[in-house]
Design a protein around this ligand. Sequence first.
Ligand code: FMN
Length: 469
Amino acid sequence: MAPQDYNNGVPGLPYFTPKHITSPGTPAPNAQQNGSTPTLFTPLTIRGTTLRNRILVAPMCQYSTASEGPTTGALTDYHIATLGHYALKGAGLVFIEATGVQANGRISPNCPGLWSDSQIPALRRVSDFIKSQGAQSGIQLAHAGRKASTCAPWIAGAQKTAGGTRKVSVKADVDAGGWPSNVVGPMGGQEWAWDEKAADDESSGYWAPRALSEEEIGGLVQDWAAAAQRAVKAGIDVIEIHGAHGYLIHQFLSPVTNQRTDKYGGSFENRTRILVEIIKAIRAVVPDSMPVYLRISSTDWMEETEKGKKLGSWDVESSIRLAKLLPGLGVDLLDVSSGGNHPEQRINMFDSKDYQIKIAAQIRAELKKENLGLFIGAVGLITEAEQARDIVEEGGAADAAASQISDTELAKEARAAVKVTEGKEPLADVVLVARQFMREPEWVLRVAWQLGLDVAWPNQFLRVRFPKL
Ligand SMILES: Cc1cc2nc3c(=O)[nH]c(=O)nc-3n(C[C@H](O)[C@H](O)[C@H](O)COP(=O)(O)O)c2cc1C
């Protein structure tokens, strides 16, 4: 190859950025690997797309779009800088944060949206940059339901309650760009405010929702589909439906927050109806080649509470039942999170290291038993190289790679160097990582280094690679 051939630009962009010689975060060509390639750094094909590795950046709200004017809810250069950096440094896919399918579905007035065609060009710029670095671009479509119209967390954090504790949430009123009278949910009335506090309680952080009518639910489902179409137009690779963390879909799924008596409440079938309708509406408008992911809270963590005992709650069993329906509906990957639907939940989401991964593994195992093809994503406190590697390690992968080495002694060494888990199922197919990426955008490269794997770095950073282990 002539020297200039190493400096081709990424095609289709209005600016020059070099096409990386080898995609960052993938094994370097001819690299002398210390053992075989961990599954974590092998590609994964889902429908018409291939992830370059199994490390995905989980969606993270940044509260950083305009709350008024013609660019309301549109992504900015801030999102290119932050999300772009994760893509540059090797993540397989980078998710754009929870994005409102309706204006009143934003968590805060500064959250992004995709309810209007005018929001497409800014999304395309972010997506184009992510993809130009070899990562897939994903967007999480969302509706916050009764948790909408709150202020950015740093506004809450700067205020104290009368009792002297820092506020967790502050309501965004009209002056702050909010929409108090149009906060919606399955149920309506002050008793259905997320924190169940009285409206005039100075510590109350959430608005009372009004109940959505059946007709409004029909419109909402169409708005999810319209937002998905806009994401396709913007060049997004993957859509994730946000069905977790106590936002609107989760509010419908759980009997703790859904006591409706119409076709959207009551039985499991009725409570999951809105989600099923949304999935079908999205699948009908996006290309067959496009993966659709779903994030759920696999449990409310409410089984042990008085409320949970009285009303019932969304639990792991419900999640397994739902998961079994997903392949038939055209969902490709289930991203297994938990909690967020009620303040009395009996676990702190961020407390124990494997709090959600065990559940992900349980769901995966149940689906495997019935031969149902659904990829599973594990998320939550994944911060260490070996931890990430072990979550997705395919039993056979290490061995198969080692057996390709003809020299017997080398093969033995290679087997010894990797944790051979032959016959053992992975706990999940991909890992999603949030906070660690904010702390350490080059996490993928550090993980590879710690695992003794020589992966490609972006062209521009080749002179500053970690030294060989
Ligand atoms: C700043 C921040 C913003 C978040 N925003 C979202 C979001 O938009 N959508 C979502 O589903 N989860 C969101 N989460 C949850 C993360 O995606 C992730 O599930 C959680 O932080 C646990 O993963 P971690 O331990 O790797 O951070 C957010 C978390 C943080 C820290």
